[in-house]
Design a protein around this ligand. Structure first.
Ligand code: NOJ
Length: 751
C-alpha cells in the first residue's frame, strides 16, 4: 500500500512538473514573440467602454481605447458582462490583434452575480465554512455563465471599525476566522480546477491595511505597526495564497507612509518573495495615478515607474502603463525583466483558466439562459441566508412567533423593500428583486398582518453612486404605525440601513438607526411592548436603547435574493437561528474601533468608576454584543472543561474538552469556540484569541463532549524577533459560546 501511495505521489509530481514546464515553455515562447508595447498591453486593464454589441464607441476618448484594444494594448477588461458582450470583445482580441492573446474579463462578483447571497459580513456570521464556500461556488457558476472568468473577491480586509462602509464586504474583525473564510471563498470561486468552464479566478483584496482606514473614513491613511500588520491584517491574505488564489489587488491607502500600490515591501518582499505567490497583482481602480495626490509620485510617469518596480502587475484604469511604461523601459527606469515578470504572471493566469485553448469557453448562450437565477441557485442562497441570521435578544421567548390567530403589525419602510436586502456590490443583481420581509411573512397564512410604513428612511431611487437622501423631518406616518401597533398582539419592526448605505465610500460617523427610525421605534414601543426588532443593515449599529427596551432583536443583515423567506422562517421557528457575530457591536460610536482581541494595558479596568484606569467615564469598556455572540431558541449549557495536561513542549499537544448540553426545548446548533490567552510575551499579547471552533447540533436534552487539540502551531505569533514562533510560558484556554467566556484552564508551554 505504502509503495502504491509513493508511486502515485511520484506520478502526480511528474505530471504536474510536465504541466508546469509545458506552461512555462508556452509562456516563454509567447513572450519572445511580443513587442514591448504588446507586453505593456497585457498589463493594461480598461473598464467596459461601450455597449460591446452595439455600434462603434463615440467620442475621442472611447475611440482611442477601441484602437488600443485592436492594437493588442489591452490585457483585461472589467465590468463587461453577458455572453454577447464578452464574446464581441474577445473576438477583437483574438481575431484582430497580431498575436490573438485572449482578454481576461473581471467583475466585482462579491456576493453573487444575479442570484444574490447575503453580504459577506452576514455570511461570516454563519461560521459555516461549507456554506460560505458553496455561496462563492454559486456566484462563480453564474458569473462564468455570463462570460466572466475573474472576480475581484474575496475582500479579506480585517476591520474593527463599523464606521467604515466596507465592513459589509469582509468577514469581520478576527484573523483566525477571517483566514478560514478567505480560504473557503477562494475554493468556492476557483474550485478544484481553474480551467473548468464554471470556475473563475479569485482576487484577494485589498493588499493591505485598507480596513484600518483612520476614523473609518474610506480611502483614509492607515497607520498600522508592523506587528498589527503581521498578526492581524496579513493572515487572511496568506491563507488566500495557501488556497491557491490566482490574483491579488493592492489598495488605495498608505502602509508605513507609502501607498500600498507603490509598496515593494508588500508586493515584492512579502507576497511574491516570502509567500512565493506566482499569480499577478492588479492595482485598485486608478490607484497608480492616485499616488500623485498622495504626495508620493511627481507625475504620471513617476507613478507608473514606482508601481511597476514595486510589483503592481496590472494597471486598472489609470492608463499610465499603456502611456508611460514604454519610455520608462527604454530609458532604463524600469527594467525589462520587471515587465517580463508581470506579463508572464498575467499570461500564466490566462493559461490556467484555459483561455489559450478556448477563449470563448465562458460564452455559451444556452448555459447563460439556463444557469443564471436558476431555482437551484435560489435554494442555495436561501440556505446561507438562514444560517447568517443572528438572534441578539429574545426575552420571555417572544420568538418564535405563534403561527395562528395572531394580529401582527409589520412596521418600517424596509419591511416592504425588495431592494435593500440585495445590498451594495450586487453584481448584476436585479433592482427590487429580493423577497421582502412582508412577502416572506405573508407566505405564513395563519395570522393577520397589518403593514404600515411608519416613516420613510430615505427618498428616491438609489444606486451605487447616489448619496442617500435621508428623511429627518417627515413624521406623518407615525400615527398610523402607532394605531396598528396598538391593535396587534405582536409588532415586527423592520429597521436599519438602505442597501447602498454601506459599501465603498459609505463611511458614517453615526451608527444609530438612520433618520427617524429610532424615534418611530420608541413611539411604537410606548403603545405595544411586544416588539420584535428585525435589523436589515450592513454593519454593526448602535442599538443600545433597543437592547435595553425591546424584548426581541434579530440581526438579519442584507441577506440577498431570498431575504424575506429566510427571515420569516426564522421568526416562525421553522429555522432555529445559530449565527454568531463576527464584529463586536459597540454601545455607542465613541467606543469604535472596538474588538474582542484587544490588549490589557497597564491599567486595565472593568468599571468606569476608577479614574486612573483605562476606562470611559460615561460608558463601560465592553461592547454591547461581543464577537462570537448569538442566541438560539434553545439554550446551551457548558460544563466540565477539561485539559489533558497542564504542560506541553513544542512537539506535543494538549486536548481540551467541554460538555455542551441543549437545556432548552428546541433542536439547535451551537458554534463552540476555543480561545487562548498568552499571559506574557516578547510583545504584549491580546486578552483572548480565537483558535478554533466547532458546530454541534443537539436535540433537546442531548449533550456532547467537544474536543479541541492545541498544538504548537496554534500558539505562534509574529514576535519581536520578526518571526512566527511560539514562546514558552503560561497560557489560559477557554471554551464557550462567545468571546466573553470567562471559565478557563491553565497550561504551560515548556522548552
Ligand atoms: C474599487 C474597489 O476598491 C475595488 O474593490 C473594486 O474591485 C474596484 N473598484 C473595481 O470595481
Amino acid at each position: 500500500m505504502r509503495k502504491l501511495i509513493t508511486l502515485l505521489l511520484i506520478t502526480v509530481l511528474i505530471v504536474s512538473c510536465v504541466n508546469n514546464s509545458e506552461k512555462e515553455t508556452f509562456i516563454n515562447d509567447l513572450l519572445s514573440q511580443m513587442t514591448l508595447d504588446e507586453k505593456i498591453g497585457q498589463m493594461n486593464q480598461y473598464n467596459g467602454f461601450w455597449d460591446a454589441t452595439g455600434p462603434m464607441p463615440e467620442g475621442e476618448y472611447q475611440k482611442a481605447r477601441y484602437r488600443d484594444l485592436k492594437n493588442g494594448l489591452v490585457g483585461s477588461m472589467l465590468n463587461v458582462t453577458g455572453v454577447d458582450n464578452v464574446r464581441a470583445l474577445q473576438k477583437i482580441a483574438v481575431e484582430e490583434t497580431r498575436l490573438g492573446i485572449p482578454l481576461i474579463f473581471a467583475f466585482d462578483v462579491i456576493h453573487g452575480y444575479e442570484t444574490i447571497s447575503p453580504i459577506p459580513l452576514a455570511e461570516s456570521a454563519s461560521w459555516d465554512l461549507e456554506a460560505i464556500e458553496k455561496s462563492a461556488r454559486v456566484a462563480a457558476i453564474e458569473a462564468s455563465a455570463a462570460g466572466l472568468n475573474w472576480t475581484f473577491a474575496p475582500m479579506v480586509d480585517i476591520s474593527r471599525d463599523a464606521r467604515w462602509g466596507r465592513v459589509m464586504e469582509g468577514a469581520g474583525e478576527d484573523p483566525f476566522l477571517g483566514s478560514l473564510i478567505a480560504k473557503a471563498r477562494v475554493k468556492g470561486f476557483q474550485g478544484d480546477d481553474l480551467s473548468a468552464f464554471n470556475t473563475i479566478a479569485a482576487c484577494a483584496k485589498h493588499f493591505a491595511s485598507y480596513g484600518f482606514a483612520e476614523a473609518g473614513r474610506d480611502y483614509n491613511t492607515a497607520d498600522t505597526n508592523e506587528y498589527t500588520l503581521f498578526n492581524t491584517i496579513l493572515p487572511p491574505f496568506k491563507a488566500a495564497v495557501d488556497a491557491g488564489v490566482s490574483t491579488f489587488m493592492n489598495s488605495f491607502n498608505t502602509v508605513d507612509e507609502i501607498p500600498a500600490t507603490g509598496s515593494t515591501f508588500l508586493q515584492r518582499d512579502i507576497l511574491k518573495g516570502e509567500w512565493g505567490f506566482n499569480g499577478f497583482v492588479v492595482s485598485d481602480w486608478g490607484s497608480i495615478g492616485e499616488m500623485i495626490p498622495h504626495g508620493y509620485a511627481r507625475d504620471g510617469a513617476h507613478a507608473a515607474e514606482i508601481a511597476a518596480n514595486a510589483g503592481s502587475d496590472m494597471d486598472m484604469e489609470s492608463s499610465l502603463y499603456v502611456r508611460k511604461l514604454n519610455e520608462l523601459v527604454t530609458s532604463g527606469k524600469v527594467d525589462i525583466s520587471i515587465v517580463d515578470d508581470a506579463v508572464s504572471r498575467i499570461l500564466g493566469v490566462k493559461y490556467d483558466l484555459g483561455l489559450f485553448d478556448d477563449p470563448y469557453k465562458y460564452c455559451n448562450k444556452e448555459r447563460e439562459k439556463e444557469i443564471i437565477g436558476s431555482k437551484e441557485n435560489q435554494e442555495a442562497v436561501l440556505d446561507i441566508a438562514r444560517k447568517s441570521i443572528v438572534l441578539l435578544k429574545n426575552e420571555n421567548q417572544l420568538l418564535p412567533l405563534k403561527k395562528n390567530n395572531q394580529t401582527i403589525a409589520v412596521i418600517g419602510q424596509l419591511a416592504n423593500d425588495k431592494n435593500s436586502s440585495i445590498g451594495n456590490w450586487r453584481g448584476r443583481g436585479i433592482a427590487n428583486s429580493a423577497i421582502s420581509v412582508l412577502e416572506g411573512l405573508k407566505s405564513y397564512e395563519g395570522n393577520k398582518l397589518i403593514y404600515k410604513k411608519g416613516v420613510d428612511v430615505y427618498y428616491g431611487d438609489t444606486n451605487f453612486f447616489t448619496r442617500l437622501d435621508i428623511n429627518y423631518s417627515d413624521r406623518s406616518g407615525f400615527n398610523q404605525a402607532r394605531l396598528a401597533a396598538k391593535s396587534s398582539d405582536v409588532v415586527i419592526m423592520v429597521l436599519g440601513e438602505e442597501g447602498f448605505q454601506t459599501g465603498e465610500g459609505r463611511s458614517r460617523t453615526n451608527l444609530l438607526l438612520p433618520g427617524l427610525q429610532q424615534e418611530l421605534l420608541e413611539e411604537v414601543y410606548k403603545v405595544n411592548k411586544n416588539v420584535v426588532l428585525v435589523l436589515v443593515n450592513g454593519r454593526p449599529l448602535n442599538i443600545s436603547w433597543a437592547d435595553e427596551n425591546i424584548p426581541a432583536i434579530v440581526e438579519a443583515w442584507q441577506l440577498g435574493s431570498q431575504a424575506g423567506n429566510a427571515i420569516a422562517q426564522v421568526l416562525y421557528g421553522d429555522y432555529n437561528p445559530s449565527g454568531k457575530l463576527t464584529m463586536s457591536f459597540p454601545r455607542n460610536v465613541g467606543q469604535v474601533p472596538i474588538y474582542y482581541n484587544y490588549k490589557n494595558t497597564g491599567r486595565p479596568s472593568k468599571s468606569q468608576k476608577t479614574v486612573t484606569a483605562s476606562a470611559y467615564s460615561d460608558v463601560e469598556n465592553s461592547p454591547l454584543y461581543p464577537f462570537g455572540y448569538g442566541l438560539s431558541y434553545t439554550s446551551f449549557d457548558y460544563s466540565d472543561l477539561k485539559i489533558s495536561s497542564d504542560s506541553m513542549n513544542v512537539n506535543q499537544s494538549i486536548i481540551v474538552s467541554v460538555t455542551v448540553a441543549n437545556s432548552g426545548k428546541y433542536k439547535g446548533k451551537e458554534v463552540v469556540q476555543l480561545y487562548t490567552r498568552d499571559l506574557y510575551g516578547s510583545l504584549t499579547r491580546p486578552l483572548k484569541e480565537l483558535k478554533g471552533f466547532k458546530m454541534v447540533e443537539l436535540e433537546p436534552g442531548e449533550s456532547k463532549t467537544v474536543n479541541f487539540t492545541i498544538d504548537n502551531s496554534l500558539l505562534k505569533y509574529y514576535t519581536v524577533n520578526k518571526k512566527w514562533e511560539s514562546e514558552s510560558g503560561d497560557f489560559n484556554v477557554y471554551i464557550g459560546g462567545d468571546s466573553n467566556v470567562e471559565i478557563f484552564k491553565k497550561f504551560k508551554l515548556i522548552d
